[in-house]
Design a protein. Structure first.
Length: 158
């Protein structure tokens, strides 16, 4: 005996009052659709607001994140980035140096112009790939520098 033909079944939205078959609304994209999501770690590390970052330093962190630097190294030339973040090349260079010293940015090698946000603080993708990246890169903990230790926090008097 041959197999019985399979019946096709379809689901439909039906208005219970009128019996009318309704068309479903288009799916709204979820915030996590696409390239993953950004994790910001919370833990024993120093909070970013306590580091006394300048506007250029915040803009650089955001620029690197926007260009994929939360999950992979990004090539960054100060002369190209400065106009985008409304800064000067010298300010971008000094800001990069401070962010690397604070361990918020990792330089992939001493002579390269590629930077990545530390996966201990920022990551785009799943949590399991963040753990793998932390093991592979072994990023140092974020630590305040002399400027962060001497700058009074908001609400404090000097």
């Amino acid at each position: 005996m041959g197999a019985a033909p399979r019946r096709q079944s379809s689901l439909a939205l039906v208005n219970l009052h009128s019996g009318e078959v309704m068309t479903p609304r288009p799916r709204t994209p979820h915030a996590f659709d696409g390239k993953g999501y950004t994790l910001e770690s919370i833990g024993s590390e120093v909070p970013l607001y306590a580091l006394g970052l300048t506007g250029t330093q915040w803009a650089l962190l955001d620029w690197v994140r926007e260009h994929g630097g939360a999950s992979a190294p990004v090539r960054l030339k100060p002369a190209d980035v400065a106009p985008e973040i409304h800064s000067t090349e010298g300010t971008v260079k000094s800001s990069l140096s401070r962010l690397v010293a604070l361990n918020l940015l990792l330089k992939t090698s001493p002579r390269s112009a590629a930077y990545q946000l530390t996966p201990r603080r920022y990551w785009e993708g799943s949590g399991s790939t963040q753990v793998t990246a932390c093991r592979r890169i072994d990023p140092p903990a974020v630590a305040p520098d002399a400027k962060a230790r001497t700058k009074p926090r908001s609400g404090e008097t000097s």
